[in-house]
Design a protein around this ligand. Structure first.
Ligand code: ZN
Length: 339
């Protein structure tokens, strides 16, 4: 009961990349960089285990950014000529690569870090990849000319890698779809369809993470415009409840999401965000247990997975570690209280 996990990313150590940044520069290159990525992956597996988490991830230590890390292994994408584009309905500008031809995987994307992680932990292992709709929203298309076609092209590639990750021994494959909270109508239509295409044939647990973004300035400002009640999930959850996806990760603690929206996910595992990644204040175990208690009104106990609201990539490393500990301790407390 209350198996703990994180949304996915963790801060990169200063010897691997720039710290406190969403698109950090690597500190080395070639073989030295590969070695540093491996070391950071192992470090975070150990830290997650020591914190007491039940389901661990590679902390996305091998990718510069959660979307572009995947795109780097895709043929048909021009990384040499990035262009500035407004993303998430123009919420902020990002330098994005361009789609210039038919998409194809150059080879495996995450084999090395997935196998490394698998070899060094007996815990359940989760692996994250960007979802098709979010990828489409984070590249400049100069070839397909149609967001839906492009999304399904990416979904096929994601599926190829997901099946290979499953064969590597990954227990849960999670697709990150922050774009679902921006383009709700499309998300409930072709967004979920493309997601299911990406997850086709998987027999491991299939998850989706939907959030209000990393704790960066542009997102924090945007959240202020969303009003007293954030009801974005309401439009997408029914489509997910009817889909083949097993688990849904959502923001809860410190958000304005009405908790009763979780009831729309009946029959699904719900990863409830009990840790705020936009605040440097570390939650107490009591606060975490309390959030779990609130969610229990709408989610069956065996389906409730305490989680972080979003990734922790741009966060201070020490604070992230303390938040992982609070997550595990809070879940333990909740087991005593509600067990
Ligand atoms: Zn997120």
């Amino acid at each position: 009961m209350f198996s703990t996990t994180i949304a996915g990313s963790l801060p990169k150590p200063g010897w691997l990349a720039e710290t406190h940044k969403l698109w950090p520069r690597w500190m080395s290159e070639g073989e030295a960089l590969k070695e540093a990525k491996r070391d950071a992956t192992l470090l975070w597996i150990k830290m997650q285990e020591d914190a007491g988490l039940d389901i661990v991830t590679d902390g996305e230590q091998s990718r510069q950014h959660f979307v572009h890390g995947f795109l780097e292994q895709v043929d048909g994408i021009d990384f040499a000529h990035k262009v500035e584009m407004g993303i998430r309905a123009d919420r902020y500008k990002a330098l994005v690569p361009q789609v210039v031809g038919p998409l194809r995987l150059k080879g495996r994307v995450h084999a090395e870090e997935a196998r490394l992680a698998r070899a060094h932990t007996k815990k359940k292992l989760k692996f994250t990849m960007p979802g098709p709709m979010t990828i489409v929203d984070t590249v400049a298309d100069r070839h397909y000319g149609d967001r839906v076609k492009l999304a399904f092209a990416f979904a096929e590639l994601l599926n190829e890698e997901a099946l290979a990750l499953q064969a590597d021994g990954v227990d849960i494959i999670q697709f990150d779809e922050p774009a679902f909270n921006v383009y709700m109508k499309d998300a409930a239509g072709w967004g979920v369809e493309a997601l299911e295409r990406a997850a086709r044939g998987l027999t491991c647990r299939k998850a989706v993470h939907i959030c209000y973004g990393y704790g960066i300035e542009a997102n924090n400002e945007w959240k202020k415009t969303l009003g007293e009640e954030w009801r974005q999930y309401e439009q997408v959850f029914p489509a997910l409840a009817a889909s083949s996806i097993d688990q849904v990760s959502l923001e809860c603690y410190h958000s304005h999401v009405p908790p009763d929206l979780m009831a729309l996910l009946k029959g699904k595992d719900v990863m409830v965000g009990v840790i705020d990644v936009a605040s440097e204040v570390v939650e107490t175990p009591e606060e975490v247990a309390e959030t779990i208690g609130r969610a229990l009104q709408f989610v069956a106990r065996e389906r409730l997975f305490p989680c972080t609201n979003c990734g922790m990539a741009p966060m201070d490393r020490e604070i992230a570690v303390r938040k992982l500990e609070a997550l595990a301790q809070g879940a333990a407390l909740a087991r005593q209280k509600y067990g």
